[in-house]
Ligand binder design. Structure first.
Ligand SMILES: Nc1nc2c(ncn2[C@@H]2O[C@H](COP(=O)(O)OP(=O)(O)O)[C@@H](O)[C@H]2O)c(=O)[nH]1
Ligand SMILES: [Mg+2]
Length: 189
């Protein structure tokens, strides 16, 4: 399982760290975590998942493409507070996957940092419109264009929806969708 970011700082490494350790990395987290193996229960069946923290933009493109070549499922993170990161999923990451001829590779799009919804709402109520959140309509539109199999949201800070990301990934790796990406209806969880 490969976990990518459309940009940096979208919460990818924190998501993996939270899932593996049960803690949120408040103080420090390396840019890229080492790959790790976990066992995920899918309807009573143990699925071994190797989680690979994808390489950021600064890293060689070759490294990322090599990871996509061998992955069974890719989860791509974007920050719910960062609209541009959603659009970059298609322009950058998906292009790389397509270039490899891996059009059928199941893709999960992960909207990270759901906890900031509350913060943004509070600021709006106080008349501060400085910080915005990515709109649902924009997410729906992007998911169709990406041909994502699944959309999930999580907050590593609040530990909400984190386990589900990996549950869904294991299930998709085990039972990849049979419908081609351009005909796929993205499941929103
Ligand atoms: N509010 C909030 N911040 C988060 C969450 N996950 C990560 N962050 C913060 O986002 C920043 C980038 O996180 P990181 O996991 O290093 O992102 P990466 O570059 O995508 O691997 C850090 O300051 C984290 O503390 C989350 O669920 N909620
Ligand atoms: Mg990181």
């Amino acid at each position: 399982m490969e976990i990518s970011n459309s940009e940096r700082e979208e919460g990818r490494s924190s998501l993996i760290y939270r899932y593996i350790t049960g803690q949120f990395p408040h103080n420090y987290i390396p840019t890229t975590l080492n790959p790790c193996d976990v066992n995920v229960d899918v309807a009573g069946r143990a699925v071994k998942l190797t989680i690979v923290d994808g390489h950021d933009d600064g890293e060689p493109h070759l490294m990322r493409t090599q990871q996509y070549r061998t992955a069974d499922v890719v989860a791509i993170c974007f920050g719910l507070d960062h609209e541009r990161s959603l659009w970059h999923i298609e322009s950058r990451i998906i292009e790389e996957v397509r270039e490899l001829g891996r059009r059928d590779l199941p893709i999960i799009v992960v909207g990270c940092k759901t906890d900031i919804r509350g913060e943004v709402q509070r600021k709006l109520t106080d008349g501060n419109i400085g910080k915005t959140i990515v709109q649902s309509a924009d997410i729906t539109y992007a998911l169709q264009r990406i041909g994502a199999a699944l959309y999930v949201e999580c907050s590593s800070l609040d530990n909400a929806g984190v386990d589900e990301v990996f549950q869904h990934a294991a299930r998709l790796a085990l039972y990849p969708p049979q419908v081609p990406p351009n005909k796929r209806e993205c499941v929103v969880c």
